[in-house]
Write a protein that binds this ligand. Structure first.
Ligand code: URA
Ligand code: SF4
Length: 257
């Protein structure tokens, strides 16, 4: 197929999946991403040359696992083990109103980890992350880069639902974040997608706004981290779908690179 037709197909598919009516042209120098499909990455051409990637951003390097620590969280070596520690957790006040903890779910060998803020109502009822409306949109966003939900790992900064879906408070995040850090350590993904302010600011240890953090390749313990809008924010403001598409394409490029 000619390049032009391939590009057109990519854009039409993008519009179909993301529900936008605008066509998103790749930033100068960025090649079109391959069509969404489930082909193994090795069979796809790299979507972008490393030199075309956005500039480097922040790097956050919290201390990693201490082999001699007596902390049970440091001793577990599986995602299931982390979830078993989360289930009875009372480290912060969010335990009081929860129905279920929502530790996260996905592939043990996920190359991409998607991090949101905290469980909403449906997540609290089911114990699963991103299963409400925002979750449906996340599933579509992942499909747009050829990834099935089951191929990635999806989790949140806090594992219990904040009352009325309020933003988690600083002390709640501080209490819960060791679980997330340990999950990332166990998964050792190739790329992290931080969705929304809470995930971005927590994983980069910064107060910078989402707007300032987008469009750069940050690092969390050396792992490339891309910041984008939270799917729930996209439901409220569809104008952010286009920039989100740009962000996930960068994440996709890093996955294949
Ligand atoms: N929003 C989040 O941040 N996480 C979920 O799991 C669902 C909605
Ligand atoms: Fe524990 Fe995190 Fe739930 Fe707070 S939000 S009770 S720290 S699992």
């Amino acid at each position: 197929m000619s390049d032009g037709r391939a590009l057109a197909r990519v854009y039409l598919e993008q519009q179909r999946l993301l529900g936008t009516d605008a066509v998103t042209l790749p930033p100068a120098g960025l090649a079109a991403s391959p069509l969404p499909d489930l082909a193994p990455p090795a069979s796809r051409p790299p979507a972008v040359k490393t030199t075309d990637l956005p500039p480097a951003g922040l790097a956050y390097d919290p201390p990693a696992r201490d082999l001699f620590s007596a902390d049970p969280l440091q001793q577990v070596t599986t995602l299931r083990g982390v979830a078993e520690l989360v289930a009875p957790c009372t480290r912060c006040r969010l335990c009081e109103a929860r129905t279920h903890t929502v530790p996260g779910e996905g592939a043990e060998d996920a190359r991409l980890v998607c991090v949101g803020e905290g469980p909403g109502r449906t997540e609290d009822q089911t114990g699963r992350p991103f299963v409400g409306q925002a979750g449906e949109l996340l599933t579509k966003i992942l499909a747009a880069i050829g990834l099935a939900r089951e191929q990635v790992y999806i989790c949140n900064v806090v594992k219990c639902r904040p009352p009325q879906n309020r933003t988690p408070l600083y002390d709640e995040i501080a209490a819960c974040v060791p679980y997330l850090f340990r999950q990332i350590e166990i998964l050792a993904p190739r790329v992290i997608l931080a969705m929304g302010n809470t995930a971005a600011q927590t994983l980069l240890d910064t107060k910078q706004s989402l707007g300032a953090l987008r469009g750069k390749v940050h690092r969390f313990r050396g792992i490339p981290l891309i910041v984008t809008y939270h799917p729930a924010a996209l439901l409220r403001n569809p104008n952010w779908k286009k920039p989100t598409w740009d962000d996930v394409r960068i994440a996709h490029c890093l996955l294949d690179g």
